[in-house]
Design a protein around this ligand. Structure first.
Ligand SMILES: NC(=O)c1ccc[n+]([C@@H]2O[C@H](COP(=O)([O-])OP(=O)(O)OC[C@H]3O[C@@H](n4cnc5c(N)ncnc54)[C@H](O)[C@@H]3O)[C@@H](O)[C@H]2O)c1
Length: 314
């Protein structure tokens, strides 16, 4: 449609070449789910009638990577992906995994899945890329899911005094690290024609500023993560690769435990800032990760999903 047509009230024609940037149209998937399954069952008595929603969530035979998964939210997300049947690789900084991780890996093995640990550093582009390439090579190039959860909070300090080194470090891990991870994964997905799902762990701090918490680089880095997800979603959509972010609210993990334990009234203050009147538990991010990782969310990309007990709505 020409700009002059718009001015003249002429709706014009949708063109796939010329004025609008050419879009390669993709096929709309047709699946025997829901009403389609009901109609098929009506016309074909041999059609197996069973709930299909579990298939949409299943990750059987898929490979997943989770950064920052030696503990906390990352480890919980790694477990849920393994529960859904994925072969999961956890990436984190320490040379060897934590005792919590060892317990999780044993538990996952008993469930019939696998959870392996790989040491790496998301801020080192070559290093994280090599780690991801190695995981891909072990799996015939197939990486279907990536959760980039590695992150740091930094210290609290007034914006006027915030130390430059700490500012740079927070941006490096939370923003550059997420980008380097996703970049390496997306390269593998494109090369092997995998319509994968990449999930960034941002924070509600990327959309609102936490009241009375002076951690400016954290907030700025998480806004960047949300925008990285949108931008990568635009570039990778034509390859069928989806990129979304999840933004948790206040949750007790080792990241927040130091503050919560050191200031007994803080948990009640944080809890008072959302309509549910409490902070979150680590397991409360499982559902959204399961949904975004699998086929139940195939039309969702570039979204930021806030899981905060409603903190951002008032
Ligand atoms: N806990 C919360 O209230 C909360 C709220 C919103 C968002 N988040 C986000 O969720 C994610 C997980 O947070 P958490 O609360 O589980 O924190 P956590 O500190 O328990 O876990 C973070 C993990 O990231 C790893 N990590 C840090 N730097 C790394 C690097 N350079 N390379 C590889 N791994 C690295 C750490 O070693 C650690 O295992 C973070 O991105 C955090 O910002 C947490």
């Amino acid at each position: 449609m020409l700009a002059s047509d718009m001015k003249n009230g002429n709706p014009g024609k949708l063109s796939t070449s010329g004025v609008r940037s050419p879009v390669k149209l993709a096929k709309v998937p047709v699946k025997d789910f829901g009403l389609n399954a009901a109609l098929k069952a009506q016309s074909d008595p041999s059609f197996e009638v069973k709930p299909r929603i579990f298939e949409e969530f299943a990750l059987t035979g898929r490979v997943a990577i989770v950064t920052g998964a030696n503990r906390g939210l990352g480890l919980e997300m790694a477990i849920v992906l393994a529960e859904l049947g994925a072969k999961v690789y956890a990436i984190d900084l320490p040379d060897s995994a934590s005792s919590e991780f060892a317990a999780a890996a044993k538990y996952v093995k008993r469930l019939g899945s696998s959870l392996e640990y790989r040491q790496s550093n998301v801020t080192k582009q070559e290093r994280i890329s090599k780690t991801i390439d190695e995981i891909a090579a072990e799996n015939d190039g197939r990486i279907h899911v990536c959760v980039a959860a590695a992150g740091i909070l930094g210290i609290q300090a007034d914006c006027t005094d915030y130390p430059a080194d700490m500012f740079k470090e927070v941006m490096d891990v939370n923003c550059n690290g997420v980008f380097f991870t996703a970049q390496a994964v997306a390269k593998q997905m494109k090369q092997h024609d995998i319509a994968g799902s990449i999930i960034f762990i941002a924070s509600m701090s990327g959309s609102v500023t936490n009241r009375e918490m002076n951690w400016i680089p954290y907030n700025a880095s998480k806004s960047a993560v949300i925008q990285l997800a949108r931008s990568m979603a635009c570039e990778l959509g034509s390859a069928g690769i989806r990129v979304n972010s999840v933004s948790p609210g206040h949750i007790r993990t080792k990241m927040t435990a130091g503050m919560l334990d050191g200031e007994p009234e803080l948990e009640a203050f944080w809890a008072s800032l959302n309509p549910l009147g409490r902070i979150g538990a680590v397991h409360e991010v499982r559902g959204v990760i399961a949904w975004l990782a699998g086929d139940a969310s195939t039309f969702c990309t570039g979204s930021d999903i806030i899981v905060s007990g409603g903190h951002t709505i008032w």
